[in-house]
Design a protein around this ligand. Structure first.
Ligand SMILES: *Cc1c(COP(=O)(O)O)cnc(C)c1O
Length: 458
């Protein structure tokens, strides 16, 4: 078994045959050094700088040189994916921020305004901080979330950044300087102890940030301790990542790329299914040859790659983009997993698409791909009570309704039961929906309220 995947080809560190440049990151502090921005009017750059005071911004050389079509800026979806856009702030906030910058206000003043704006942007949607933190011997464990029985989320402390930031990120608040907005993480001992006590957990999801910004050694410090008989019930380990898009070199030419792949192999050899949960928002991210080589190397370790993305205005809000993305993924051996609805946080007003339209795009794209791509589920809203899937729009007893179901629920008993909301062509999130057929409440709400009361009493 030892050299099951020994055909992993060694690539000399720092070299790749794809001609990509060394890693260089840009943030708000060296924004003006981004060479490609020279072609944009100063006014545009100024507006982007203003937004980047509020929303996290980070981009790297690979993204600038290989993903963005600079002849198509600002409409280019990859440009929209990483660069702050003027429309992301409301006019009033934008005016206040540009005023401060124009008059050369000091950092403290700018930070104060940025903080104010962020706190009006629902930084922690779906009760993330209060509702899902598990306890061990009566003590809350930070950096762990356990919302659905089978799956524990783990936020390793060193994996709380990314090679580049997505402009729409629903975890955006973690990446601002505000300490009180961070979902703190913890070392692996608590994780192991917690999992030993929870035999119902079959899946562990490493998330962030992007855990693959960590070195192979750090990652191994978290993962190798899980390869013990007492944790046999944890059969799948998922790693949520955008590294295939933002730094595919991670799997080829980073100093420890081969160690990383060997760690992946070790999980497979020890009976764990490793799932790389890759975030792809657009088929363009899959085009560079280096991405395809990275995918090949990951798959050679025995890991499976599943894919997910929200549907976003300005980036992927049409069916042909999704159909082409799913088809491309399936052709590369990737498994489409989730289509999400843009969450009710951050610059939601910029990226949101009405639910009725989201469902139309989903259905239109789904109908254009073969059954092998129809592993995808959605459109799904990760709301406080659970993941709610929009199954469709139809008419029942003379009323136009959304047909919904939980694909995950805070209570397992809610899952898979069809339920109905009044049709509303402006609704963009679950909270906008009201029960159909003159009902006061959705079927799960009494039960949910009781859970919240129990939670508050604890
Ligand atoms: C989506 C999600 C999971 C995983 O659900 P699956 O249906 O197994 O993919 C686990 N925990 C939380 C909080 C989630 O949002």
């Amino acid at each position: 078994m030892n050299h099951m995947f020994s055909h992993i080809r060694k690539i000399p560190a720092g070299e790749d045959s794809f001609g990509t440049s060394p890693f260089k990151a840009y943030t708000i502090t060296n924004f003006d050094e981004i060479p490609q921005l020279d072609r944009l009017p100063e006014e545009t750059r100024f507006a982007m700088r203003a937004v980047a005071q509020v929303m996290p911004f980070r981009v790297n050389s690979y993204v600038l040189e290989n993903l963005i079509d600079w002849d198509n800026v600002p409409d280019d979806p990859m440009f929209q994916l990483v660069f702050p856009q003027p429309g992301m702030l409301f006019d009033k906030d934008m005016a206040a921020m540009t005023d401060l910058l124009a008059k050369g206000a000091n950092a403290a003043e700018i930070d104060r305004l940025a903080w104010d704006i962020r706190h009006r942007f629902n930084p922690h949607p779906a009760g993330q901080m209060e509702l899902n933190v598990p306890t061990l011997d009566g003590q809350p464990i930070q950096g762990l979330q356990h919302k659905y029985d089978e799956t524990v989320l783990f936020f390793p402390a060193r994996g709380q950044t990314c090679h580049s930031y997505c402009s729409f990120c629903y975890r955006w608040a973690q990446f601002t300087g505000d300490k009180d907005l961070r979902f703190a993480a913890k070392d692996s001992k608590d994780l192991s102890r917690y999992l030993r006590k929870h035999a119902e957990v079959t899946d562990l999801l490493f998330t962030g940030g992007d855990p693959l910004v960590m070195g192979a050694e750090s990652l191994s410090n978290y993962l190798d301790p899980l390869l013990v008989p007492e944790l046999d019930h944890v059969q799948s380990i998922r790693i949520g990542t955008k590294t295939l898009t933002y730094w595919p070199q991670r799997f080829l030419t980073d100093r420890d790329s081969d160690d990383l792949l060997r760690l992946f192999e070790r999980l497979a050899e020890n009976g764990k299914q490793l799932a790389i949960m890759a975030h792809f928002n657009h088929w363009r991210e899959l085009d560079p040859p280096i991405v395809r080589e990275a995918i090949r190397r990951i798959r050679d370790t025995g890991a499976i790659i599943r894919t997910q993305s929200p549907l976003l205005a300005h980036i992927n809000d049409d069916a042909s983009t999704w159909a082409r993305m799913w088809r491309t993924q399936t052709g590369l051996g990737l498994v489409p997993y989730y289509m999400f609805v843009e969450r009710d946080t951050g610059a939601q007003h910029y990226f949101e698409v009405p639910l009725a339209r989201v469902w139309e795009i989903y259905r239109d794209a789904y109908s254009q791909v073969s059954g092998l791509s129809r592993t995808v589920r959605g459109p799904s809203m990760s709301s406080t009570p659970g993941k709610v899937e929009i199954q469709g729009v139809t008419e029942m007893g003379g009323e136009k309704v959304f047909v919904l179901r939980f694909i995950q629920g805070r209570s397992g008993d809610w899952v898979g039961r069809p339920f109905f909301a009044r049709f509303d062509d402006r609704a963009t999130w679950f909270d906008d929906l009201r029960p159909a057929f003159g009902e006061d409440r959705f079927f799960f709400e009494n039960d949910f309220d009781a859970q919240l009361r129990r939670n508050a009493a604890e």
